[in-house]
Structures are given as structure tokens and as C-alpha cells.
Design a binder for this molecule. Structure first.
Ligand code: SAM
Ligand code: DTB
Ligand code: SF4
Length: 331
């Protein structure tokens, strides 16, 4: 980390303190969040990850938001696990476009051995292309986490999505504790944790408070905290959810930044629906990572050219794995 870092990293936040941050007048909250952001990060540097769905659809879990569940009827093309070569080619393309990390997702409840062994090869291949690696494969045993670490995996993504209370309204095929157990296995194996949530699942502010409180009181904060807006997909139970209040979304980013000052906060799914001005506010509030490239896993994301233009308008640069920054200008 760079700069002065005078804010202490705390893991003893109380629910009341988190709620009090949400209750601040917007300007006071943003001022505080931006101040913290500047102490820990270059405020004009944003980390860029590209997503790749290495296996799409047919998932046995029933996450109400997800188009890849077999329990729902989203219009989706199911795809078997990609070949290692295909993934290596996608990695090269993502790197050439300016991404520094490839995040690979599979629609699994947990990995089966045959697919898992191939994912280990994918991780080696993506590293060989010179990108950081992240995978999200569902629940992991301690042994699987160890093998991912040995293959050189940099980050494991496993979201808590919402509060423990609201979780039951959204997913019935696994528990919050299942999620926490996998996160512990990832930690114990010595990998970076990528863990965040989704805003717009019908949760109330107390659920957002509880989610951020859970993340911010972990024995070590997740190094990466994705804040997704629900992408409401036709055919999923949450297709009809009302769109969220963007001011409230910016608040979530700001509170995450204050609670976890050294973590990279990712402005994740949902940027397609955001104006440039909302994104600019999110970057001011402390977001410093995005998904870069025209597709998330199954739904659209702003294309690279649009993002390069946005970065140019805002004077943002790309945060490199070594902490340096480079221009993402019209390459
Ligand atoms: N199956 C694995 C799992 O659930 O951990 C990995 C893939 S899953 C698609 C990864 C994450 O994507 C979920 O935890 C959820 O947070 C996010 N996600 C899925 N569908 C979404 C949607 N429609 N809108 C926003 N985020 C979504
Ligand atoms: C995360 O927090 N968001 C990403 C990634 N981690 C795996 C997934 C977003 C998925 C959005 C819906 C879709 O494209 O299927
Ligand atoms: Fe499966 Fe992951 Fe989608 Fe849930 S979020 S249905 S576990 S792919």
C-alpha cells in the first residue's frame, strides 16, 4: 500500500457504528469515505478485472437472482467447461485490452474432480499469459482450497450476497454458514479473499448494515469486496425487482470504504444501468475496481471502448498488480 495510511484497520465495528455511517448526511459520508480512500490508495487508480464464464448454466443451486440455476427459466445457453486453450486465448485478449486479472466463473455448487483438475490447468495457463487469477467455483473443501493455492491462484471469489437473515429469502439450497466455511478454507490456504454482495435483492438497510458488518469483522478483511447491483434477468424469480436508489448504492460503497480501508472495493455487476455520473460518484466514494469487457458472466457490461472513454473523462488510470498505474487511454 502507498500513501500515509493514518486510518487504523479495525475489525471490532459494532452494528450501531455501521448503521450510524449509513445515517450520515450524504455529503458527510462521502467526505469521510473519500478521505479514507486517499489515505490508502491513489484516488485516480482503478483495478481492472475481466470476467469469463468457463462453464455456464445448469447449476443445481436455487439462488433467486441467478440466470444459471436449473430451478429458473432464463433464456440461457448452457455451456460445458471450456478447454484450457480457449481460456488461455481469452486471457491473452483480456490482457491486450488492458485487464490485469481474469476472473473465471463456473456454475457449480462445488467442484467435481474432473472439472476441478482442468480449472487448475486454466489457472496455470492464465498466469503464464501474465494475468492475475481469480476463480469462483462454489463451495470448497480445505483440500481443494489448498490445491488452488498450489496452482498459483491469487483470489477466490465467494460472495455472502446479503445479510444472514435475508439470505434465506434468496437461497434455500445452502446456508450462510456453508459460505462462511468456504471463506475460512480459502483464508486458511493463504489465498486472497474476494467477497461481497448484491444490492437490490429486496433487502432493507439493516440487511446492508449486517452484510458489511460481517465482512468488516472477519479475522482479516477480504482483500477484494465486490458490490454488485442486481442484474434482474427475465425468467428468474427476481426479474420484477424494482430498480434501486442510486444514492443508496453510493452509500454502500462509501460505508464499505470506511469499514475496510485497505480493501479494493469493486463496482461490479450493474454498471450497464449506471450513468457515468453515478459511476463517478462511486469512484469518489471509494470504489477502485471494475469488471472490464463487454460481458459479465452471462449478462452485458459496458464495452471496453466506453470504459476507456469514461476513464479519460475522469482522469482515471489502471492500477497494476505491482501498485503502479498506467493509462488505459485509447490503446
Ligand atoms: N456458483 C458459484 C457461486 O455462486 O459461488 C460461482 C458463480 S456465481 C454466478 C458468482 C456470483 O455472481 C454470485 O455469488 C452472485 O453474487 C453474483 N451474481 C449472480 N447472478 C447475479 C445477478 N443477476 N446480479 C448480480 N450478481 C449476480
Ligand atoms: C461478483 O461479485 N460478480 C461477478 C463475479 N463476482 C463472479 C458475477 C456477476 C454476475 C452478473 C450476472 C451474470 O452476468 O450472469
Ligand atoms: Fe449456481 Fe452460483 Fe448461480 Fe447460485 S449464483 S445458481 S451457486 S451459479
Amino acid at each position: 500500500m502507498s500513501l500515509s495510511q493514518s486510518t487504523r484497520i479495525r475489525r471490532d465495528w459494532s452494528l450501531e457504528e455501521v448503521q450510524a455511517l449509513f445515517d450520515l448526511p450524504f455529503n458527510d459520508l462521502l467526505f469521510q469515505a473519500h478521505g479514507v480512500h486517499r489515505q490508502w490508495f491513489d484516488p485516480n487508480a482503478v483495478q481492472m478485472s475481466t470476467l469469463l464464464s468457463v462453464q455456464t448454466g445448469g447449476c443445481p443451486e436455487d439462488c433467486a437472482y441467478c440466470p444459471q440455476s436449473v430451478h429458473h427459466n432464463a433464456d440461457l445457453e448452457v455451456h460445458a467447461l471450456m478447454s484450457v486453450q480457449e481460456v488461455a486465448d481469452k486471457a491473452a485478449t483480456a490482457k491486450a485490452a488492458g485487464a490485469t486479472r481474469l476472473c473465471m466463473g463456473a456454475a457449480w455448487r462445488s467442484p467435481a474432480e474432473s472439472g476441478f483438475a482442468r480449472v487448475l490447468d486454466m489457472i496455470r495457463a492464465v498466469r503464464a499469459e501474465g494475468l492475475e487469477t481469480c476463480v469462483t467455483l462454489g463451495m470448497l473443501t480445505a483440500g481443494q482450497a489448498q490445491r488452488l493455492k498450489e496452482a498459483g491462484l491469487d483470489y477466490y471469489n465467494h460472495n455472502l450476497d446479503t445479510s444472514e437473515t435475508h439470505y434465506r429469502q434468496v437461497i434455500t439450497t445452502r446456508t450462510y454458514q456453508d459460505r462462511l466455511d468456504t471463506l475460512q478454507n480459502v483464508r486458511d490456504a493463504g489465498m486472497n479473499v474476494c467477497c461481497g454482495g448484491i444490492i437490490g435483492l429486496g433487502e432493507d438497510v439493516s440487511d446492508r448494515v449486517a452484510l458489511l458488518h460481517t465482512l468488516a469483522t472477519m479475522e482479516k478483511h477480504p482483500e477484494s469486496v465486490p458490490v454488485n447491483q442486481l442484474v434482474a434477468v427475465e425468467g428468474t424469480p427476481l426479474a420484477g425487482m424494482p430498480s434501486i436508489d442510486w444514492i443508496e448504492f453510493v452509500r454502500v460503497i462509501a460505508v464499505a470504504r470506511i469499514l475496510m480501508p485497505a480493501s479494493v472495493v469493486r463496482l461490479s455487476a450493474g454498471r450497464e444501468d449506471m450513468t457515468d455520473e453515478v459511476q463517478a460518484l462511486c469512484f469518489f466514494a471509494g470504489a477502485n475496481s471494475i469488471f472490464y469487457g463487454e460481458k459479465l458472466l452471462t449478462t452485458p457490461n459496458p464495452d471496453a471502448g466506453q470504459d476507456r472513454q469514461l476513464f479519460e473523462r475522469l482522469g482515471l488510470r489502471s492500477l497494476q498488480p505491482d501498485g503502479g498505474v498506467v493509462s488505459v487511454g485509447m490503446s
